[in-house]
Design a binder for this molecule. Structure first.
Ligand code: ZN
Length: 118
């Protein structure tokens, strides 16, 4: 596990972690990655295997802040209470209860019978 946030060290660690499983370790790099940080410039030769490993890592990545998408506005920033920080819509069980209650109150206010699907 990475203990440093030096970007070059992170990339080097990723390359080292996937290199033992490269089926063609002697193949030519498919990309050169130039990296400029406060610590200096570095260049990394990336094999096809490393790029494919990055694709798999990305496909399985889930951000710890990802709590889903707001059903009202499509926002991606739900707080720890599953409240949308963009439009204020509540999600989860509590959000559903509140939304159902608001809908029933609105229907009652319109004089219609509450829907019997609850
Ligand atoms: Zn929203």
């Amino acid at each position: 596990m990475t203990t440093s946030f030096d970007p070059a060290a992170v990339i080097a660690e990723f390359i080292d972690a996937v290199a033992p499983y490269d089926p063609q370790p002697d193949s030519s790099p498919v990309a050169l990655l130039g990296l400029r940080t406060a610590l200096g410039d570095e260049t990394f030769a990336l094999s096809d295997h490393v790029i494919r490993a990055m694709c798999r890592a990305l496909a399985s990545y889930r951000d710890p802040e990802d709590r889903g998408e707001c059903v009202a506005c499509g926002g991606r920033h739900l707080d720890e209470n599953l409240r949308c920080q963009e439009c204020g819509r509540l999600h989860g069980v509590l959000g559903q209860v509140i939304a159902d209650h608001v809908r029933r109150v609105a229907e009652a206010a319109e004089g219609g019978a509450p829907s019997g699907s609850a």
